[in-house]
Design a protein around this ligand. Structure first.
Ligand SMILES: Nc1ncnc2c1ncn2[C@@H]1O[C@H](COP(=O)(O)OP(=O)(O)OP(=O)(O)O)[C@@H](O)[C@H]1O
Ligand SMILES: [Mg+2]
Length: 269
């Protein structure tokens, strides 16, 4: 049994000590129907709309994003399961998109989803699930901790979180290390049906995200309306080139008639 497999099997559920619920499967005919038996009380962060408000138009947008991701993955000849989520600048919604997409995948497909919080400067993926930021990725990379010590079951379907870990001032060196490469390669090849989402710092601001983009199979670029300029998007496209699998347009003020005037600014409801 490989290290990653062992780690995932041993991953401790720190929030809810009971046996985790079985993975939820989508109804074949209605893949975007919200699951019925998710316990929303378990997660307190309202921004996890896929759990907190599964019937909302916002949650539906994340399910659409999930279906688009699957379509794109299937379209590619080799299944690339390591997906980086980034944006040009800060606060465009990378973490929000990572987590809602991850939950959506974990709920409705028979996949284990691993979220790696690679934003060592500003970790946030641990928070909605009430888990600690450390030990995590940086501890694994610096202190040779076993993965089983740092991976945490979220309590939501088959979603496992690898939190960021202790603060590190030089993430570039860590991310270009052999240990990091080997970890990504092992996860990628040993479990081709596992989806790995990597949350990251903004790519135009920080070099470590460019290193991560090289190691990932594909990148989703989050673009938040009013925060991102056309020039920044163009710069990102130039940097990421054929690694971009799609753009998640966040905070749109466009009214969609087919959704009865639904507005993606979820916190205005
Ligand atoms: N569509 C949206 N409508 C309203 N608020 C949003 C939206 N998207 C993100 N936010 C809010 O903006 C803030 C930044 O979001 P988030 O942390 O997901 O962005 P980020 O890109 O990960 O930021 P950072 O670069 O700091 O890591 C959060 O408070 C989040 O709740
Ligand atoms: Mg973030």
């Amino acid at each position: 049994m490989g290290r990653i497999e062992e780690a995932l099997e041993k991953a401790v559920r720190r929030i809810v000590p009971d046996t985790p619920p079985p993975p939820l499967r989508a109804d074949d005919n209605t893949p975007s129907t919200p699951p019925a038996n998710m316990d929303p009380e378990q997660v307190t962060d309202e921004r996890l709309v896929v759990i907190k408000r599964p019937h909302s138009p916002e949650a539906e947008e994340f399910r659409k994003l999930k279906e688009a991701l699957f379509k794109e993955i299937k379209r590619r000849e080799t299944f690339g399961n390591v997906i980086l989520i980034t944006s040009a600048g800060p606060r465009e919604g990378k973490s929000l998109v990572t987590l809602n997409l991850a939950v959506s995948l974990a709920q409705e497909h028979d996949h284990t989803v691993l979220v790696i919080d690679a934003d060592l400067r500003k970790p946030s993926c641990h928070r909605p699930f009430g888990i600690e930021v450390a030990p995590g990725l940086s501890d694994y990379l610096t202190d040779n901790l076993p993965l089983s010590r740092v991976m945490v079951r979220s309590g939501v379907g088959n979603l496992v979180i690898l939190p960021a870990g202790k603060q590190i001032t030089t993430p570039c060196e860590l991310f270009s290390s052999n240990t990091m490469r080997q970890m990504i390669q092992e996860i990628k090849h040993r479990y081709p049906d596992r989806i790995i989402l990597i949350d990251s710092p903004p790519i135009l601001s920080f070099a470590e995200t460019r290193i991560l983009a090289d190691q990932a199979d594909a990148t989703i670029l989050v673009v938040r309306e009013k925060l991102c300029t056309l020039e920044s998007i163009q710069e990102c496209l130039k940097l990421l080139q054929n690694k971009i699998i799609g753009i998640a347009y966040n905070g749109s003020t466009v009214q969609y008639n087919h959704q009865n005037g639904y507005n993606y600014e979820y916190d205005k409801n």
